[in-house]
Ligand binder design. Structure first.
Ligand code: ADP
Ligand code: ZN
Length: 518
C-alpha cells in the first residue's frame, strides 16, 4: 500500500480537494519535525493544520484547548469522519476518563484533546512520557501571553512542554495576535526556530467607516434605512441594548435586542429569526455572534467604541462572510474614550491595567486615524500593506485639513469663560448662542463667547472639540460629569502663539457608491 499523503488525507478523510492558503506549508513543516506558529483568522482552517499531521505521524497528537464545548464538537466531527479522537475533561466521570486513557495506551486514539490544567499535571506528563507523543498542538495560543486579550493562568505551564518533551514538535495556533503577543507566544511556548505562518487578516469586502457620534439613534435609523439586508448593532451594555432596540423598534425598524441577561429560550428564538431573515437588525452586546454562522450580514455598526482592536475585528468580521460588499460603521465620541479609560483605570492588577491601556490606545488610534483605516487595522496584526485600500472612509473621502486656529480659540476661550465646568453639549449651546433657559438663568448669555460659533452646526463643533481633545489641548473629566477642561497647551493657542491644524469635520455618511470589488 502506498504511503498516505497529506493531500490524500485531505480528500479521503475530510472530503476537500485543495488546501487553503498556508495549510500545506504548516503541515509539511510539522511533518519535518519543526515547531510552528499558525496565525489565521477565524474560519481560516487552522484545525486541519494539526489534524492531518496527527493522522500521518506514528504516535499520539495531544491538542490543548481551553473550551470543553469546542473540544467536544471537534471530537464528534472527527469521529464522524472515522478518525480516532477523544477528549479528556473534568466533565467526564473518573471511570470514563480511565477508559479513554487505556484506549490511548493501546494506541487506539490518534488525537487526544485535553484542557491545559489537566495536561500539565505531573502524573499526566509522566503517563504521556511513557507513550509515544508525536505532536502537541496548542489552540488559542494567545492565552499563553499576558499581552493577549485572554490570558489564562493554566496556559502558562505549557512553556514546560519543550522541557518535558524536547524532541516533540509543538504547534501554536491563534486567530488574533498583535506583534507583541506573537513574540510572546514564541517565547512562552519556547518554540525552537519555528516555522511561522501568517495568514492574511484582510477582509477586502468590508468597508470601514467612522463618523462622529451625534444623536446616534437618528444616525443609526438613517443608516439602517440606507442598507440593503440585515445587520448587527453592537452596544457596550445591556441597558443600552434594551434602550436602543426599543427606540429603533418604535421608529419602525424590524429589530430585536440580544444580551446575556435575557432568557436562553428567547435568545435562541431571536438568533434563529435573525438567521432566517425574519429579523433585520440585532441590537446586541458582545454576547451575540460567537458561533453564529450567517453569511449575508450586510453591516455591523458599533454604537459604542470597543475596547480592543481584536474585539472590533471579530465583531465587524461577522459582516460579509459571503464575500459580497459589506459595511462596518463606528460611531465615535471622545466621551466614550474617557469613559473606557476610567473603567480601565479601575482594573486592580497594575500590569493588567497597563496592557489594557495599550490595547485601548491602539483601538483609539484606529478610530482617530487620518490614514487608510484598513492599513491601521492590518498593521496591528502585523500585516503591512504598502498601498491604501480604496475601500474605507479615509480612502474614499480623504480628510481635508484647514487652519483651525480661530475655531480652536473660540472653543478654548469658551471653556475658560465657563470656568471649565461645562460638558460638551452645554459648551456648544453657548458657542452657538442658543436661547435656553438654563443658559440665561446662569447668565452665560452675557459671556463674550456666547454665539460666536453660530455659523456651524452642533455636530461640527462636537467633532472639533474631539480633535482639540485628541491634540491634547483639552480633556474630558469623566469624574465630574464629563466636563471639559483645559490643558496647559491651550494657553499658547489662546495667546495666539500656536496655530492649530485640524481636519474638516466629516458630517454625513454619504460616501457615494459602494466600491466595486474584483
Ligand atoms: P479555524 O479553526 O481557523 O477557525 P476551522 O479549522 O474550524 O477554522 O475551519 C473552518 C472551516 O473551513 C471548517 O468548516 C473546515 O472544515 C473548512 N476547511 C478547512 N480547510 C479546508 C480546505 N482545505 N478546503 C475546504 N474547506 C476547508
Ligand atoms: Zn483605506
Amino acid at each position: 500500500m502506498a504511503q498516505p499523503s497529506a493531500l490524500g488525507i485531505l480528500s479521503d478523510i475530510f472530503g476537500y480537494k485543495a488546501f487553503r492558503p498556508g495549510q500545506e506549508e504548516v503541515i509539511q513543516a510539522c511533518l519535518d519535525g519543526q515547531d510552528t506558529l499558525v496565525l489565521m483568522p477565524t474560519g481560516g482552517g487552522k484545525s486541519l493544520c494539526y489534524q492531518i499531521p496527527a493522522l500521518l505521524l506514528p504516535g499520539l497528537t495531544v491538542v490543548v484547548s481551553p473550551l470543553i464545548s469546542l473540544m467536544k464538537d471537534q471530537v464528534d466531527a472527527l469521529m464522524a469522519s472515522g478518525v480516532q479522537a477523544a477528549c479528556l475533561t473534568s466533565a467526564l466521570s473518573p471511570q470514563k476518563q480511565s477508559e479513554v486513557m487505556s484506549q490511548v495506551r493501546d494506541g487506539q486514539i490518534k488525537l487526544l484533546y485535553v484542557a491545559p490544567e489537566r495536561l500539565m499535571q505531573p502524573y499526566f506528563i509522566q503517563r504521556l512520557q511513557d507513550l509515544s507523543v508525536s505532536l502537541f498542538a496548542v489552540d488559542e495560543a494567545h492565552c499563553v501571553s499576558h499581552w493577549g486579550h485572554d490570558f489564562r493562568q493554566d496556559y502558562m505551564a505549557l512553556g514546560q512542554l519543550k522541557h518535558f518533551f524536547p524532541g516533540v514538535p509543538v504547534m501554536g495556533l491563534t486567530a488574533t495576535a498583535d506583534a507583541a503577543t506573537r513574540a510572546d507566544i514564541l517565547q512562552q511556548l519556547d518554540l525552537k526556530q519555528p516555522f511561522v505562518y501568517q495568514g492574511s487578516f484582510d477582509r477586502p469586502n468590508i468597508r470601514y467607516t467612522q463618523i462622529q457620534k451625534y444623536k446616534p439613534l437618528d444616525q443609526l435609523e438613517r443608516y439602517i434605512r440606507e442598507q440593503e439586508g440585515s445587520g448587527i448593532i453592537y452596544c457596550n451594555s445591556r441597558k443600552k441594548v434594551d434602550d436602543v432596540s426599543y427606540k429603533l423598534a418604535n421608529r419602525g425598524i424590524n429589530c430585536a435586542g440580544y444580551h446575556a441577561g435575557m432568557e436562553p429560550e428567547i435568545r435562541e428564538i431571536i438568533q434563529r429569526d435573525f438567521i432566517a431573515d425574519n429579523i433585520d437588525v440585532i441590537v446586541a452586546t458582545v454576547a451575540f455572534g460567537m458561533g453564529i454562522n450567517k453569511p449575508n450580514v450586510r453591516f455591523v455598526a458599533h454604537h459604542d467604541l470597543p475596547r480592543t482592536i481584536e474585539s472590533y475585528y471579530q465583531e465587524t468580521g461577522r459582516a460579509g462572510r459571503d464575500g459580497s460588499p459589506a459595511e462596518a460603521l463606528l460611531l465615535f465620541d471622545e466621551k466614550d474614550v474617557a469613559r473606557i479609560r476610567e473603567w480601565i483605570s479601575m482594573t486592580e492588577n497594575p500590569q493588567r491595567q497597563q496592557v489594557e491601556l495599550q490595547r485601548f490606545a491602539a483601538m483609539e488610534a484606529f478610530a482617530e486615524s487620518q490614514t487608510c483605516r484598513r492599513q491601521v487595522l492590518l498593521n496591528y496584526f502585523g500585516e503591512y500593506n504598502a498601498t491604501a485600500c480604496g475601500n474605507c472612509d479615509i480612502c474614499l473621502d480623504p480628510p481635508k485639513r484647514f487652519d483651525g486656529t480661530v475655531a480652536a480659540q473660540k472653543v478654548l476661550s469658551c471653556i475658560y469663560r465657563l470656568e471649565q465646568s461645562a460638558a460638551s453639549q452645554y459648551l456648544i449651546d453657548v458657542l452657538r448662542g442658543k436661547k435656553l433657559k438654563r443658559i440665561i438663568d446662569a447668565g452665560h448669555d452675557q459671556l463674550s463667547t456666547y454665539g460666536i460659533g453660530k455659523d456651524e452646526p452642533d455636530a461640527w463643533w462636537h467633532n472639533l472639540i474631539n480633535q482639540l481633545i485628541h491634540q491634547g489641548l483639552a480633556r474630558v473629566d469623566i469624574t465630574q460629569n464629563a466636563v471639559i477642561k483645559l490643558n496647559e497647551a491651550a494657553r499658547s493657542v489662546l495667546k495666539g502663539e500656536m496655530a492649530v491644524n485640524l481636519a474638516v469635520p466629516r458630517m454625513s455618511l454619504n460616501l457615494g457608491k459602494k466600491a466595486k470589488l474584483d
